[in-house]
Write a protein that binds this ligand. Structure first.
Ligand SMILES: Nc1ncnc2c1ncn2[C@@H]1O[C@H](COP(=O)(O)OP(=O)(O)O)[C@@H](O)[C@H]1O
Ligand SMILES: CSC[C@H]1O[C@H](OP(=O)(O)O)[C@H](O)[C@@H]1O
Length: 396
């Protein structure tokens, strides 16, 4: 692997990105490179470098020393770039083909050079356009099982696992999640952002002590349960897809946390799609939700049977206890994600992009209602089929 270095951090211009790319020895000498900054996320620059002669491309992702969505008033560690690059590589060891290849890491400039996936579509964008992704749910179910099982105590020697916990300590990025997912949306906080016509529903959330108790329990779990190396922000904007391929990008929020968090975030972002769709199109997403959990649990179970190093692995009931815990945690985390994506700081285009006011508000109310029910009822929802029934009933 090339480790490119330069003395001091500076954020690159497109021109500088081309010069940088030339020095990586990834293109031939006569390459004719072009560059455009295509970052549409909340935090970083993403340069797409392409050789006009061969058509070959690479991606150069650079962290900024602040959160791009807010500006320099919100400083943010550059170390997240190294965490992201290392997490891509670590997850790639277990979920080969489901993450981009990392070509080079530059710690000084907070740059990751990686495989160009621009032949694929960001799943959120494609799902909004009703594109069909027949492999998405099974691939993500497998990605979740492989990455989460193999980085957990069930697969690793405790020394190795604790070494990874410390390598992936990511306090600043975790704090964003602790605030934006688990705290601010449940209080009258300045970061919240919602239409006045949602105020009644939002105030009802703020005043719902039982709901807040569930969120508090989940926040505690996020703060304290170092179960596996999570992606940490597995929404549909962090997944590239086509009819035949799925690739997970952007694990800069990676850290050791509760397994259900990654599962729940992905499920929540599928659920967001169900509130915007009707009829057969909604059915497609309901099947994705079902399949994600089924593939995840089957794959996780199989890994457990064949590879677990835990002394209690064959103790009757232990594997089921773990899977039940992951399921219930996932439903709770999904509830938090649904609520934060509706009324918190970082919204989703699936909902905000609905032009017709009445339809948008109705969809947002449904998202809030589903979030609330998942949080309150998660302990009594015993299967993914029961989740589907709940979603169908709520959306009749
Ligand atoms: N490997 C890649 N290949 C092609 N495009 C990419 C790649 N990585 C990121 N992008 C583009 O850049 C955008 C932002 O990337 P992302 O990693 O989500 O940034 P952020 O961390 O700022 O959210 C993506 O939505 C996608 O359009
Ligand atoms: C101020 S960060 C808000 C939000 O942005 C991150 O998403 P992404 O990097 O994919 O744009 C993450 O979801 C954070 O919660």
């Amino acid at each position: 692997m090339t480790i490119a270095t330069k003395k001091q951090y500076e954020s690159l211009t497109e021109e500088q990105a081309i010069t940088y790319a030339k020095n990586l020895n990834l293109f031939s000498d006569d390459a004719q490179l072009t560059c455009s900054e295509i970052g549409d996320g909340n935090l970083n620059y993403v340069f797409h470098i392409k050789d006009l002669r061969s058509g070959k491309g690479i991606i150069l992702k650079q962290a900024l020393p602040y959160a791009k969505v807010v500006g320099e008033s919100w400083p943010l560690t550059l170390k997240r770039a190294l965490i992201e690059a290392n997490a891509l590589k670590k997850h790639g060891e277990f979920a080969a083909g489901l993450v981009p290849e990392v070509y080079a890491i530059d710690e000084e400039l907070a740059i990751t050079v990686m495989e160009d996936l621009s032949h694929l579509t960001i799943a959120r964008e494609g799902l909004i356009r009703l594109e069909s992704y027949p492999k998405l749910a099974a691939d993500i179910g497998k990605y979740l099982a492989q990455t989460l099982f193999h980085t957990s105590d069930f697969a690793l020697h405790p020394f190795e696992k604790k070494k990874l916990v410390s390598e992936y300590s990511n306090p600043e990025l975790c704090k964003i999640t602790e605030d934006l997912i688990f705290t601010d949306p449940f209080f009258d906080h300045e970061t919240n952002d919602f239409e006045p016509s949602l105020r009644v529903e939002v105030e009802a959330l703020w005043n719902n002590e039982l709901l807040k108790l569930e969120v508090a329990k989940l926040k505690k779990s996020f703060l304290t349960e170092a179960e596996a190396l999570l992606h940490g922000d597995l929404h549909t904007g962090s997944i590239f897809a086509s009819e035949t391929e799925t690739k997970v990008i952007d694990p800069e929020f990676a850290f050791y946390g509760p397994i259900g968090f990654d599962v729940g975030l992905f499920l929540a972002n599928l659920i967001v799609q169900t509130v915007t769709r009707e009829g057969e199109q909604r059915e497609v997403i309901l099947r994705h939700i079902e399949q994600t959990w089924e593939v995840f649990s089957a794959n996780f179970s199989e890994l457990w049977e064949n590879k677990a190093v835990e002394s209690y692995k064959d103790t009757k009931g232990f594997k089921d206890y773990i899977l039940d815990k992951i399921f219930q945690d996932a439903l709770g985390f999904a509830g938090c994600e649904l609520i934060r994506r509706t009324i918190g700081l970082a919204h989703v285009k699936d909902l905000d992009g609905i032009k017709e006011d009445e339809k948008r508000i109705l969809s947002k109310k449904q998202a809030l209602r589903i979030g609330e029910l998942l949080l309150l009822k998660r302990e009594s929802i015993s299967s993914i089929q029961a989740v589907i029934v709940l979603l169908e009933e709520l959306q009749k």
